[in-house]
Design a protein around this ligand. Sequence first.
Ligand code: R5P
Length: 317
Amino acid sequence: MVGNNGAIKLVAGNSNPGLAEAIAAYLKMPLARAVVRRFADMEIFVEILDNVRGTDVFVIQSTSYPANDHLMELLIIIDALRRASARRITAVLPYFGYARQDRKPGPRTPISAKLVANMITYAGANRVLTVDLHAGQIQGFFDIPTDNLYASPVMVRDIRERFDLSNIMVVSPDVGGVVRARALAKRINAPLAIIDKRRERAGESEVMNVIGDVDTRLCILVDDIIDSGGTLVNAADALLEQGAQAVYAYISHGVLSGGAVARVTASHLKELVITDSIQPTEAVRVADNIRVLSIATLLGEAIARTASEQSVSTLFD
Ligand code: R5P
């Protein structure tokens, strides 16, 4: 008798079907048949139609907009798989929402990133695979093995293809993002500048000080998230005021809430490059100065290596 031990299954939630299909194509396997739908009151119902007993299952789901619905879908899919006797369940979170709530910003506030990590673990995930966590130490919020992949190899390939590297200055749009920006700068052997945002007094607007000489440089802003777009649009203006020749941005997760796409389109950013960790909306797809790079190959390869117990970190050597 042949068992399922070692067989891989891919299950996709509704957050990012395009990316899930692309990962499945890379791995040359179909997505498992599953029904994820809503009852009239919007409760989520999940039914996995393929046998998953004894299999190594990867659930692909970003907790992107609408964040709570997609999170709940993920939890319920994991629960269904656990009760269907999957051997191992890996939550593949191309974008881990709630990550920015990783500390108490004031008294009587939650640490929601930890709560969400607990929920995913408690639902029955055995491992987590995610991309460019807002802060690396969030890995420690999960009490199960967690691999934090980097989109930087995909970005670096694109930067090398498009730009003359000799005049590039990589820029971190805030002090908190320096480690991430420095890592990318190192890969392309470029110098690093930092924007230091300060609000001298409550109620006064923020002053943006550019640390580093960006005059005549082609600046590349690097960050994990673009949400409202405010950080990047203001950073682009500050860099141009300091004489930058042009400003581009490479951002892992295009959250792009509210009027962010319009804000970017109307900004002085020459181009915003994001990944497909979050499914691009129609507005993103038609925007003149926004381009999407796929991380499907990166995630597909990480899944293949996880399944065959090979090193994932060597993907970034
Ligand atoms: C903040 O720490 C993050 O790294 C991003 O800089 C931030 O989330 C961007 O937000 P927004 O686009 O709304 O300025």
